[in-house]
Design a binder for this molecule. Structure first.
Ligand code: NAD
Ligand code: LMR
Length: 340
């Protein structure tokens, strides 16, 4: 069962008994872009997370309605809505985790990199405010292109003197969620028991699922199946963009994935041991300065960036193939952050 579902049933049990645990530390979570397609269902999922005591919903428009709506749910988190730049500081103040799904989504025919021109500026502005108002928060970057927006955030924080590489995460959980779903379906395994690491980045061939390390292992899949599963995971976002036919990209599965990852960050902050998720972070796993791999989360954010484990020849080739694109996306982000 997912962490979110477990948290939800725990919450319901506690509210039936009429108390909430005093041992759970107070935690403030801010969502920037909270009135959007991802932001709204993510606000719902964070509101029902019992680890959240304060939920701050920020957007350039629409947050009063979202906040009023979500605030009526009978869970402990206190919800406040904030709208417009002059309320951004208050929205961020005291945050432990800031989740950023602000920015434009893809339409059919676009790559994630086509979003760079608009989203790079949005991310830069929001990260400048984070450096000022909650420099110690863990930042969960959802806005695309993640391969570039994370390096932009790092440069903004470096310039402000607040950069801590342990606290900046590109959210690649949706790739893991997809790999698990597709693998379990093809192998005929119970999806809730399946795990698949996904490494690299978050766009096309930079998304590298490691099905050789999937658990439980399956001996019913051919190499042809693995190639098809890899391609479907890499193209998962495009599959949704095309199905939505101009009305945006993944929002509901992304909100779920974002909630799983934020929950893992909160558990790590609260000292829960052995919390491991894949994320795109500053890394020495390869020669690239940012790379997604398994990461152990702890009281200060990243406790340990875990290695790749053993790759088979197909995965080794996939790793070599992704490096050029990932490198140029990282460089593009860094250049933007310096030049503007
Ligand atoms: P959306 O257009 O529905 O919502 C985006 C929200 O951001 C809007 O409410 C908008 O008002 C808000 N916004 C714009 N500028 C802002 C600013 N300066 N400050 C605060 N809020 C601002 O889009 P969406 O479908 O929610 O997608 C959001 C982003 O998430 C896109 O860039 C998309 O590509 C990305 N995404 C990433 C993943 C991933 O796996 N990392 C998955 C899905 C989508
Ligand atoms: C996804 O993987 O669904 C997101 O990155 C959105 C997109 O543009 O595909």
């Amino acid at each position: 069962r997912s962490a979110v579902l477990k948290s939800t049933s725990e919450l319901l049990r506690r509210s039936r008994r009429g108390y909430s645990s005093s041992a759970t530390p107070e935690r403030k979570v801010a969502i920037l872009g909270a009135a959007g397609g991802i932001g709204q269902p993510l606000a719902l999922l964070m509101k029902i997370n019992p680890l959240v005591s304060s939920l701050s919903l920020f957007d350039i428009a629409g947050t009063p309605g979202v906040a009023a709506d979500v605030s009526h749910i009978n869970s402990p988190a206190l919800v406040k809505g904030f709208m417009g730049d002059d309320q951004l500081g208050e929205a961020l103040e005291g945050s432990d985790v800031v989740i950023i799904p602000a920015g434009v989504p893809r339409k059919p025919g676009m790559t994630r990199d086509d979003l760079f021109n608009i989203n790079a500026g949005i991310v830069k502005g929001l990260c400048t405010a984070i450096a000022k108002h909650c420099p110690n928060a863990l930042v969960n970057m959802i806005s695309n292109p993640v391969n570039s927006t994370v390096p932009i955030a790092a440069e903004v924080f470096k310039k402000a003197g607040t950069y801590d590489e342990k606290k900046l995460f590109g959210v690649t959980t949706l790739d893991v969620v997809r790999a698990k779903t597709f693998y379990a379906g093809k192998a005929g395994l119970p999806v809730s028991e399946v795990n698949v690491p996904v490494v690299g980045g978050h766009a096309g061939i930079t998304i590298l699922p490691l099905f050789s390390q999937a658990t439980p292992a399956s001996n019913s899949l051919s190499q042809e199946d693995i190639v098809a599963l890899t391609k479907r995971t890499q193209d998962g976002g495009t599959e949704v963009v095309e199905a939505k036919a101009g009305k945006g990209s993944a929002t509901l599965s992304m909100a779920y994935a974002g909630a799983v990852f934020a929950d893992a960050c909160l558990k790590g902050l609260n000292g829960v041991p052995d919390v491991v998720e894949c994320s795109y972070v500053q890394s020495t796993v390869t020669e690239l300065p940012f790379f997604a791999s398994k990461v152990r989360l702890g009281k200060n954010g990243v406790e340990e960036v875990l290695g790749l484990g053993e790759l088979n020849d197909f995965e080794k080739q996939g790793l070599e193939n992704l490096k050029g694109e990932l490198k140029s996306s990282i460089e593009k982000g860094i250049k933007f952050a310096h030049g503007n």
